[in-house]
Design a protein around this ligand. Sequence first.
Ligand SMILES: [Zn+2]
Length: 360
Amino acid sequence: MPSPPDSGASSPASSAGPAGSDRLAWLEEGAHQVVPGVYRIPLPLPFDGLRAVNAYAIESAGGLTMIDSGWMLETTKDQLERSLARIGAGFGDIRRFLVTHIHRDHYTQAIGLRRIFGMKVALGADEKHSLDRLLSKDSFAMSPQAERLIRAGAQPLMDKMAQAGMRPPTGDQGYEEPDEWISSGAVFDLGRRRLEAIATPGHTRGHVVFADAEAGLLFAGDHVLPHITPSISLEAAPQELPLRDYIESLLLVRRMPDLTLLPAHGPVAPSVHARVDELLDHHDARLAAMLAALADGPRTGYEVALAIRWTSRSKELTELDLMNQMLAVGETLSHLDLLVARGTAVADTDSGAWLYRPAG
Ligand SMILES: [Zn+2]
């Protein structure tokens, strides 16, 4: 069964952001000061679409604390080393990585560096489900994604993915147990500042964000991104209703005081609340569009994904590349399942491909 790489922050339903070169300015190599003692360090990714991930270096008692780490690649490691040098630091100064979630572009470089330098690595407690699955040699780690495609009736897409030779990565991907599992509410005292970990399941099951309430900063990982819509449930062991979890996690950070957004992809933005409102509106609009697509009779998830438009450019599903088609079908299923959970749609689950229709 073909399967995608297990990274990826963006969904093909990405909403629009600034155009042109402004949109790419955040990619520039360096250690960009956000506030005194906090630096944003963009690190390259092997995908065209996402381009880079931000790690954040925080000056703390006895050295540096890092939020996220980049993908375990030589190019990423070299750029991190050069960027740390600009603030007079090196890998040996890193005391701990606090990682927002299990995706490779956030977690695996920390594991690679731990093998050499022995710093501590911490990850959200509910990522254990997916990590156990990734570490079990005999199970096919991403098979939940294949199960979801079957449930969506997306056999034509699965055939195309198989023809294109898409399969799960093999070899050392940098997945190992962390030193520490982070529970929600855990407080990390960095000397100059304190970070509170807050569980924000949705993008992944064990996603956490880190709030520095005193300085007004939110290290948001992939939970709230300024330019794109985070993908939902691309993980080895997803929850049953990941979109419900995601929306609840958006409402959770909306109830907190408004903070400066320090995202894992894209530039620092002034207001978490402003972006959360846009993301909530986006999902409301997608739920309404999918419910409307059910009006003419029962439809599979794949048929709904074919009926609606994708990206800010209103593309058809089949205009997207295969990876994004797979994400789009998964996204559709997450929305349809939430409509069922809310009682506005019903699903006929008798056959392998579920059929959805409006309730009543
Ligand atoms: Zn991610």
